[in-house]
Design a protein around this ligand. Structure first.
Ligand code: TXD
Length: 330
């Protein structure tokens, strides 16, 4: 009996669009395809770059053993029907720059690309990555006018979210593991707040195989690890001199994409729209969220000490100031 050529049958082909085919975007495209999570559309404003990168990634498929399609384009019509849109378009920091120095330039880019992408994929979930992260997530949400509570009632389902907390927590996790000489996979770290110098690492909620690090490391050393986490991005910018971190950021975004596409209900720190949680209103900031196929399905309110809550509020104040500045400039 003649056999039909055997090619993998993909029963489920979600589509992820990545806007910005730079360092973070292209690394993310590789991660998503090689994890066999979705087909990928890589879009950039520079003609040729996304097409070249997509072809390069397609040519790796036989070796990486997957059959995901990767399309490179400058045309938004190619992004239509995406399940998830990730925005990495914009400029990265240069040495000596703060994330907030990118406010105006990146604000304009994020507003434009978010509107254009959502016009072609009105049901997509939107993950913002561009810096300054919390402000850009707010602008993307404003610009797309996406309903942030689809279901109403008790189960809040936020469709717009920002990636930073997973990366900041991964950095803290790494430094804890290095300090104690234990496997990184035994360490769980939690960092809340804005993606910047005022982020709020939470040692009380960071553990090694369930043991809080406050039981294992002295206070001065924890403070040193906290400071290194706060400056984790800047440390890499200083070393590289050109561009900023992209391997750990891409892995962090991929974790969110995976949680969404596989409906994993992961509990992860994500920049989410708050409506009274932690005493904060009308702001995007990093908090622990349950992430599944509907996006942010709930926000977990941890009990915080007065000092931790004060730190979260001053982090939020800085974000609020920059949201106001950005809204004035744009
Ligand atoms: O934790 C986090 N959220 C972050 C954020 C971690 C790492 C990087 N972070 C920020 O992501 C960084 O500060 C930047 O704002 C973005 C992207 O960083 P990346 O390192 O990927 O920057 P690149 O390599 O310069 O890539 C940016 C790409 C580049 O190819 C531009 O041509 C493109 O964005 N770009 C655009 N694409 C589409 N449309 C428009 N308008 C556009 N403008 C620029």
């Amino acid at each position: 009996m003649a056999s039909t050529p055997s090619s993998p049958i993909l029963l489920y082909s979600p589509r992820v669009t990545i806007i910005g085919a730079g360092k973070v975007g292209s690394t993310l495209a590789q991660r998503i395809a090689e994890k066999n999570l979705a087909d990928v559309v890589l879009l950039d404003v520079v003609e040729g770059i996304p097409q070249g990168l997509a072809l390069d990634l397609m040519e790796a498929r036989g070796i990486a053993l997957h059959d995901r399609k990767i399309i490179g384009t400058t045309d938004y019509t190619d992004t239509a029907g995406s399940n998830v849109v990730v925005i990495t378009a914009g400029l990265p920091r240069k040495p000596g720059m703060s994330r907030n120095d990118l406010l105006k330039t990146n604000g304009k880019i994020v507003v434009e690309v978010a509107q254009r992408a959502i016009a072609h994929s009105p049901d997509a979930l939107l993950i913002v990555v561009t810096n300054p992260l919390d402000v850009m997530t707010y602008l993307a949400w404003q610009a797309t006018q996406m309903p942030h509570d689809i279901s109403g009632g008790q189960c809040l389902r936020h469709r717009v979210m920002g990636m930073a907390g997973i990366l900041d927590s991964a950095r803290f996790q790494t430094f804890i593991a290095m300090e104690l000489g234990v496997s990184t996979s035994d360490v769980n770290a939690m960092v809340l707040g804005s993606h910047g110098d005022l982020m709020v690492p939470l040692p009380r909620y960071s553990t090694v195989s369930g043991i809080p690090i406050t039981e294992l490391i002295d206070a001065a050393t924890i403070e040193r690890l906290v400071q290194r986490t706060r400056h984790g991005g800047a440390e890499i910018v200083e070393l590289m001199q050109k561009g900023s971190a992209y391997f750990a950021p891409a892995s962090s975004i991929c974790l969110m994409v995976e949680a969404i596409l596989l409906n994993q209900s992961r509990l992860l720190p994500v920049a989410a729209y708050l409506q009274g949680e932690y005493g904060l209103q009308d702001i995007f900031i990093g908090v622990p969220c349950r992430l599944g196929c509907h996006g942010i399905e709930s926000v977990l309110e941890l009990s915080l000490t007065d000092a931790e809550l004060a730190a979260l509020h001053s982090s939020a104040q800085a974000v609020r100031k920059n949201i106001d500045r950005a809204m004035e400039m744009l």
